[in-house]
Design a protein around this ligand. Structure first.
Ligand code: AMP
Length: 480
């Protein structure tokens, strides 16, 4: 077992006691297991080796044998534990007998359906599927909302064995008759708890009616709430339960701390924290609302900290661009809401800051799970004001630990004149905690780059407008 991955612990007692889950059969599976002993095809092993994986993570070691044996599975695993490979590797193995290189779409029906709650997670999962399947003739694609449905049709029409989808967009494609689900053999619900939080239950139920009754179902969830147990009861048949981390346990590799800060000083404290580490050291900052995320990213920019935001109001392309810029280390801070950041896999992220504590205590665990991934050490700092004390207590109850309440030292954050944008609010403007109306109406006006360029003041005298226009359109002659 890789030394740095979260250690496998005993299975979910609560579920077995509740009678919903059968006795766990995988307790011993996570010790001293090598990929080579997991009965995976040499071409799948080759892809894993090329990724540099030497040994399975605990959730992989536990889940893979059961999935290969065709069992339904309920896995408690957070992002960062290697859960994507835990379901993808055995899925590929099970589909391998039907893999073929025929050009006929009929030879490539959808045989595995992976449902994910967010576009980002869906894209990430499909990338992993592509990586692990690169040496086997199985096709995959991803469909998600927020972009033109027509652009996704050609890949579906060619035929794919593995489809990764967000539930709403999948149903749109079903309605448009772009795909059929009647040959699905394996259904995977990834981050099932988040799908329920996001209100996907009606969509999930509808999707279920379109799938063959005879199939294998795997459910992955970071938490096992009562709703998840009910979902498992309705969707899974006699499942095995495996668990990578204790329920609601934050990764042991993450150092957590709390700084008590007056609400009005949070921004300065955050900017100081970032500066103290240097702009080369990246930070993921969480807010509760889309509006705060957008405003905070702009304020950070204005004080010279390269930043961007990802939240539900951004277009898919904007979100991808922001994430790519962050991954490529082009920006220091990425400000995100809980939904947008779910499932993000960002390598080597040293710091997560909770600018606002989440409404659901369980989201705290998800948030700080963005750092300390794949065994690296990480730090999570929560900036808590007096009004958030109740939320902090909820988090402490969930984690069964108390955080020392250290008071943050506040230094005034200087504004960086070079990035200052006079069309935007002052850096220390009041940040609204929640949006009373649609966030869209609260957004400051942002001119498009083209409009902004046109709006720039002209460098010639304003009382000669015609000459100004001519000067804009013509270059002065270059002297030889
Ligand atoms: P996941 O929990 O699926 O989001 O995976 C978290 C990270 O762990 C990803 O960057 C994977 O590439 C990586 N990973 C998955 N399995 C292994 C493994 N067996 N050894 C090393 N890294 C892994």
């Amino acid at each position: 077992m890789p030394a740095n991955f979260p250690v496998a612990v005993k299975p979910a007692k609560r579920l077995r006691q509740s009678g919903i889950m059968p006795p766990l059969m995988a307790d011993s599976a996570a010790t001293n297991i090598m990929f080579s002993s997991l009965n995976l095809d040499p071409q799948i092993l080759r892809a894993i080796e090329e990724e540099g994986y030497t040994e399975p993570t605990p959730i992989q070691a536990q889940a893979i044998p059961h999935v290969l044996a065709g069992r339904d599975l309920m896995a408690m695993a957070q992002t960062g534990t290697g859960k994507t490979a835990a379901f993808t590797l055995p899925l590929l193995q099970r589909l391998l007998p039907q893999a073929n290189t025929s050009a006929s779409p009929a030879r490539h029906p959808i045989r595995a359906l992976i449902l994910a709650p967010t576009r980002e997670l869906a894209i990430q999962v499909e990338k992993s599927v592509e990586t692990y399947s690169k040496h086997v003739p199985l096709r995959s694609t991803v469909v998600f909302g927020g972009i033109d449905i027509k652009t996704q049709k050609p890949a579906l029409m060619k035929g794919v064995e593995i489809l990764v989808a967000t539930p709403g967009r999948l149903l749109d494609h079903v309605e448009s008759r772009n795909l059929m689900l009647n040959q699905v053999q394996i259904l995977i619900l990834d981050e099932a708890d988040r799908m329920l939080d996001m209100g996907f239950m009606p969509d999930l139920k509808r999707i279920l009616t379109l799938l063959p009754k005879q199939r294998q179902t795997l459910l992955f969830s970071a938490t096992f709430s009562d709703d998840i147990k009910k979902l498992a009861h309705d969707f899974l048949a006699n499942p095995i339960t495996v668990e990578a981390e204790r329920r609601n346990t934050a990764a042991e590799t993450v150092t957590q701390s709390v700084l008590m800060v007056d609400h009005g000083n949070k921004f300065d404290v955050l900017a100081d924290l970032i500066r103290a580490r240097g702009l080369g050291s990246q930070v993921l900052v969480f807010t509760r609302t889309k509006l705060t995320a957008a405003q905070l990213a702009r304020k950070l920019e204005r004080v010279g900290i390269p930043s961007d935001a990802i939240h539900g109001d951004k277009t898919q392309q904007e979100r991808i661009n922001a994430l790519d810029a962050f991954k490529a280390n082009k920006i220091t801070a990425l400000v995100a809401t809980d939904v947008a950041a779910r499932g993000l896999d960002i390598d080597q992220l040293p710091l997560v800051v909770n600018y606002e504590l989440p409404t659901n205590a369980e989201d705290y665990v998800h948030r700080i799970g963005r750092t300390g991934r794949a065994g690296a050490s990480g730090e999570a700092i929560s900036l808590v004001d007096g009004e958030e004390d109740r939320r902090l207590v909820e988090i402490e109850k969930l984690l069964k630990r108390e955080f020392p309440r250290e008071r943050a030292a506040v230094a005034h954050t200087p504004r960086a004149p070079s990035i200052h944008r006079p069309d935007r609010p002052a850096p220390h403007a009041f940040v609204k905690k929640s949006a009373p109306v649609d966030d869209w109406f609260m957004k400051p006006y942002e001119p498009s780059p083209a409009a902004a360029k046109n709006a720039e003041p002209l460098a010639v005298s304003p009382d000669k407008p015609k000459k100004q226009i001519a000067a804009l359109l013509c270059r002065p002659p270059v002297k030889p």
